[in-house]
Design a protein around this ligand. Structure first.
Ligand code: NAD
Length: 359
């Protein structure tokens, strides 16, 4: 089997779906690995490391590939030129782009968008949503610390005492919990809240305080459900009062398949202390804060609101290491003695493949 990896072309994408480590593993499993030169440049993996791991470097790495690995999908014309029936593994979001969906269908590609993986225990080692959310939560807090005109930790100095910043993390999923741990390490006073009640214990185990807004909305599959109008109003009322005393908010709340819930209103922001900072990691899906502009940092002299995109790419080396291991673990399900084989009784394949089987 020929496994091909091309340079990522999405704007600002520094991550790569194959590292020298996973390249070596694929070669050991009997694959021929072909890569375009420079695939690892953005994440600081040099070409030579891939060559040492057994990869063949060539500009036409995808031309005869039986399996193509990517972070973000290749451009549609590239997809349309892949070997018919080739396997495609990555964060593909086929429904997000009609041209992409058409290229996958028309070329008869066997696409495995990893964001479709069922979130079972067995799938954890392949779960790119989790591995990348961890980096995003970490970087979001560092951005907040960087933008804040204040210290995070408490300081006792000859120039007086500085009180620690109060950091509130909205949403305590994978990204939110990493954000809590990171803010805590920087010495802030950290609080978090979520609508899933089991997060109380998780937040507290990281040294954070659970902010109880009186709303509990656990949904299916361990995810949150959208709030009713009454629940939302209750959450908003309690939150508005609380935010007057918060220095930094990091937003991470999401509901699968829906735009990010709007939790922080413009009026709440207006009630915050001047010099407060909001970093909205949910910007990608519209943001948890009404004022968020995706990709922008707005500083109108009072509260700074940042909506950074693709935070995982900012930590491209470790994010790629984790992403590439996720991809390798998935591809290993498809490799039998150096050839591709598909066990459609395995739910990890059957539930992930797109278009769905039979459609
Ligand atoms: P996510 O990115 O979909 O959402 C982030 C958080 O936002 C969630 O915790 C959610 O409850 C919260 N949220 C949604 N609406 C909210 C609101 N109005 N107010 C406050 N918070 C709100 O979630 P995620 O990080 O991908 O993970 C969510 C769940 O999935 C967790 O229980 C996690 O443990 C579980 N999970 C399981 C596996 C696995 O077993 N393989 C892997 C990853 C995650």
């Amino acid at each position: 089997v020929i496994v091909g990896v091309a340079r990522e072309t999405a704007s600002g994408e520094r991550r790569v779906a194959l590292t020298p480590e996973t390249c070596k593993k694929l070669v050991a499993a009997g694959a021929s690995v072909r890569i375009q030169p420079g695939i690892g440049d953005g994440a600081h993996f040099p070409d030579q490391a891939y060559a040492d791991a057994g990869a063949e470097l060539r500009e036409d790495a995808l031309a005869e590939a039986d399996a193509v690995l990517c972070v973000q999908p290749p451009a549609n014309p590239v997809l349309a030129g892949l070997k018919p029936g080739a396997v495609l593994v990555g964060s593909l979001q086929p429904q997000a782009d009609e041209g992409r969906a058409a290229a996958i269908r028309e070329r008869g590609l066997l696409a495995f968008p990893l964001e479709r993986l069922p979130r079972t225990t067995r799938a954890q080692a392949m779960d790119v949503l989790s591995s990348q959310a961890g980096m995003a939560g970490y970087k979001a807090v560092l951005i907040a610390a960087q933008l804040a005109p204040r210290f995070f930790p408490m300081l006792t100095t000859a120039a007086g005492t500085i009180r620690p910043s109060k950091v509130l993390i909205v949403g305590a999923g994978v990204a939110g919990l990493q954000a809590i741990a990171t803010a805590k390490r920087l010495g802030a006073q950290v609080e978090g809240f979520d609508v899933r009640p089991e997060t109380r214990e998780q937040i507290e185990s990281l040294g954070g305080k659970f902010l109880d807004l009186g709303v509990s909305a656990a949904g299916e599959g361990g995810y949150a459900r959208a709030l009713t109008d009454e629940e939302r109003a209750e959450q908003q009322r309690r939150l508005a009062e609380h935010l007057k005393n918060v220095d930094v908010i990091v937003c991470t709340a999401a509901v699968p398949g829906r735009p990010a819930p709007k939790i922080i209103s413009a009026a709440m922001v207006a009630g915050m202390k001047p010099g407060s900072v909001i970093v909205d990691l949910a910007a990608e899906t519209g943001g948890n804060c009404e004022l968020t502009e995706p990709g922008q940092t707005i500083d109108r002299g009072r509260v700074i609101v940042a909506g950074p995109l693709n935070l995982a790419s900012m930590g491209a080396q470790h994010a790629s290491e984790m992403y590439a291991r996720n991809v390798y673990n998935f591809v290993a399900l498809l490799l039998k003695e150096g050839a591709l084989a598909f066990d459609w009784d395995d739910e990890l394949l059957a539930k992930t493949v797109w278009p769905e089987r039979g459609k």
